[in-house]
Design a protein. Sequence first.
Length: 397
Amino acid sequence: MRKRILIGALLAWLAPASLYAQDAPESLAQAPPATPAPRPQPMPRPGTPAPPVVPTTPATPTPGTTRVLAGPTPPNFDLASAGTRGRSIELPNMYGDFQELASLSRGMASNTGVLLNESNRVGAGRLPVPVIRGAYKISENEAPRPVDRVYLTYHFFYDVNPGQRQRFDLPITNVHRQTFGIEKTFLDGDASIGLRLPLLQLTGPTELDRATVGDLSIILKYAFINEPLEFDADGSLLGGRVLSGGLVVTAPTGGAAAFTVQNPVVHPTLLQPYIGGTTTFRRAYGQFISSIAVPTDDRDTTYLFNSVQVGYLLLNDLSGSRFVRSVTPIAELHVNVPFNNRDINKFPVGATDIVSFTVGTSFGLGSRSSLNLGVNAPVTGPRVYALETLVHLNVRY
């Protein structure tokens, strides 16, 4: 009896759940269980201290990147450590000036017929004409510092020997000179060896037109002091002091006899020891080169050459955003003194003191090139030419 009562009570308790399961929609019966709602965090009790704030760690910069400062540079910011100092265009080379002379004796027959013929030979005196030895003077497009470069120069000498020409009522003659050269450094940039090869043309009346290759010069250079040249953030020069010396050997390889109108021809090898130096001060600089050119034939002239250049760095763009990165006006003084043959009419070679001035401007182009433009005029007489114009292109490598 008790078993029947317990079974009936159990069935009565289970009956409502069975009815609800039969009446519920199928979608609800298959619905996934609901996500439990997040439990609210208990409020802190009054007087309980707030939890500590965890600081946010900044992102670590990628190695090798440079942080850019916005706004003006702080007054105490080290520009040198930021890389604003650095090498730029080298200082301009010396421009040069020299055009040597020889002389034609009275009544002397020309072995080439270049200058005079039987119909217009002068009756007295000697007529100087250009000696085509070429650009052998060391300060012709040269600097005291050894540099890796190739270069091309052009010099135009207008109205050669104007005093003698006017005296004998002769036509104007001009000399064109182009020089190809290369310089290569060694010993960690403290020494260099260079080559120069000039081409020359004499122009005027038809019977005077001539062209030939000049003498080859070999240039040895060593810098005893060779400070690196740097530029400050404002473009001022830093360091750059140089003291160097060397030797130029000019061999008689050219066709100079086509121009000298000498009989006999005097065309020896030249040995030219020299010394040069450079110093800087803010945006200004100065440099000099002095040499003695000694011929192996004592009939030729021994010369003392002195050249001084001063310049001012008017523009120096360190950013590299401009093609013309530097502009440097320059001025030069040249004093050429012969030790012998001190007479322009001396036979077979005559010479005279020559003092001249050069002014010009050097333009730094890109990161490796420079273009020099200038004009030169002698100020002592007898003048060996009326005016010289020159263009130099140097490309470093």
